[in-house]
Design a protein. Sequence first.
Length: 215
Amino acid sequence: MQGLWYVALLAAFASLNSCNLGFDLGVTAGAILGMQADLGLTDDQVELFVGMVDLSGTIGAACSFLISDYLGRRRAFTVCASVYICGIFVQINASSFIVLLLGRMIVGLSVGLALSLDPMYIAEIAPAEYRGTFVTWSELALNIGIVLGLGADYMFASLSPSTGWRVMLSCGLPAPILLIFVSVAALPESPRWLISKGRTQEAKAVCWRLGLWLW
């Protein structure tokens, strides 16, 4: 049971990846109004901005297996969260549509890279009888992120257009910062990835901590 609680905690932290995407989807619904008023965006520019996360996210998703297989799951979490933070910083400091769109592309790339990472990692650390339950947490986190994003829109809707949307987007920083800290300090590497790299003894040690008795 102790191992199960440990796995549940790891699954919750890993699901922050999906929470990042959900937050971006939710907060954009309100922040885009302030962006349009502040930067004088046309309707076509708004449409391009909103859709850019899907375009760059597709590219990120196509490359996600390269990062997760080369770096390992734990370091991939760190990279994806770091890229997401960079994208937010570019957006909140943007003074033109081009810079804003660049930040949106970076955010889309990061969520595309990360979206398959947390369910894969959770599936690789969870006991077989609880695997389906824990993997669904990434979907739950996605929807929680949407709610949090909409909440940020509501909380800061009264601010001036030039300030409000930047504050709304900056509310997405705590989750990836927390994920970086946890991935560096606490997340164990996936036993499956360790075995694929021939690091069997390390995989055994991780399985022992997770309560997975494979040997």
